[in-house]
Design a protein around this ligand. Structure first.
Ligand code: SF4
Length: 365
């Protein structure tokens, strides 16, 4: 087992807990990961056999791939230590991202999952400088990059987008074409007092307005988000405000976490009252119950419709896939009955027949 990512910057913590890991590397340390793989499983000395394809080693299944457009973050949310571990925002030039995306699509990838710490801030550090891709200059702007990614013929799914006003232009690209009508926006809370203590970016207090604007632009939009309950200083009134906000926002997919005082996070030193664990837990339960009702209604509205579904697990009579509103690993799935064999990566039209609070069931055309 090789451990990699931001926690890798503090290897002793991992070694103490898991002394048997083969190697530990820090964030973005692709070469060190490969070195550790080569050390643990040396390649055979056969010059005619090259097991690593041109596009490199991917850790996700062949039909979808994560596409990182920047690293680090200029924000300083008080519960987060990512800027400490990964530094300020460093964006990749647009042409570099597009070349990688192009290679992935050529290698069979059908869905690109755009990730970063703050996707809508993409290019700010580069002053939006253009770079040459194919026969044109592409500016390092979120809108321009997304528009070009949409030309590659794969589904493009956008994660970690903050509700800055310029995001509206990107939502307009979601009405047909390659950019999926899906947006993953980590709102984290709705109470102005809590948002202020969290130091959240992106004018978080006007989020309901933004959501209304986005749905007017793209009525089929799926909005996913994550929230933290029990942040220091969160009162019952703050929490109720969050529940009311949830009723108004009617988000499609939601994940919630109980606040954890991560070592090194400034939230621990704000002098705010700690929310006891049992209150955190009961708020988390209340939050999830409220959202379940909303999600169930949202999914029930899809019954009777025909939706494009990407297959993750194929089969001769049944398969498992995802609609355009479901990202892998974090959202729901579509259970598909089929009369012809389906393979991972196929995109099929499915008539939806049943739904619960998380998943859909249907039959492939
Ligand atoms: S936006 Fe906030 S939570 Fe996200 S990586 Fe940056 S500092 Fe952390």
């Amino acid at each position: 087992m090789i451990v990699t990512g931001c926690m890798g910057a503090e290897p002793e913590q991992i070694r103490d807990a898991y002394p048997n890991v083969a190697a530990i590397t820090g964030p973005q340390a692709y070469e060190s990961v490969m070195e550790a793989v080569r050390a643990a499983a040396p390649a055979p000395h056969d010059p005619f056999v090259d097991l690593i394809p041109e596009q490199g080693v991917k850790l996700t299944p062949r039909h979808y791939s994560y596409l990182k457009i920047s690293e680090g973050c200029d924000n300083r949310c008080t519960f987060c230590i990512i800027p400490k571990l990964r530094g300020d925002l460093v964006s990749r030039p647009a042409a570099e991202v597009l070349r990688e995306a192009e290679k992935l699509v050529k290698a069979g990838v059908k869905e690109l999952l755009v990730i970063s710490q703050d996707t809508s801030a993409y290019g700010r550090d580069l002053r939006y400088a253009a770079s040459r891709w194919r026969d044109r200059e592409v500016s390092a702007r979120f809108l321009d990059l997304t528009r070009e990614l949409a030309t590659l013929g794969a589904w493009v799914r956008l994660h970690y987008v903050y509700p800055y006003p310029h995001v509206d232009e990107v939502i307009a690209l979601m009405n047909g074409g390659g950019v999926l009508p899906y947006i993953d926006v980590p709102f984290q809370h709705a109470s102005p007092a809590v948002l202020k203590a969290m130091k959240r970016p992106g004018n978080q207090e006007k989020t309901l307005e933004r959501i209304r604007a986005w749905r007017a632009i793209c009525p089929d939009l799926t909005i996913r988000s994550t929230f933290i309950v029990g942040f220091p200083g969160e009162t019952e009134d703050d929490f109720r405000l969050l529940l009311d906000w949830l009723d108004e926002a009617k988000l499609d997919r939601v994940g919630a976490f109980k606040y954890e005082p991560v070592a090194g996070a400034r939230a621990n030193d704000l002098g705010l009252e700690i929310v006891p664990d049992e209150i955190k837990h009961s708020r988390w339960k209340r939050f999830m119950e409220r959202q379940q009702t909303i999600s169930a209604k949202k999914l029930a509205a899809k019954v009777g419709r025909r939706l494009p579904v990407i297959i993750d697990e194929g089969g001769a009579a049944s398969a498992k896939g995802r609609s355009q509103g479901d990202a892998p690993g974090i959202d729901g799935v579509v259970h598909v009955a089929t009369r012809r064999p389906l393979r991972a990566g196929d995109i099929v039209s499915v008539k939806i027949e049943r739904a619960d609070a998380y998943d859909l069931w249907g039959t492939a055309a």
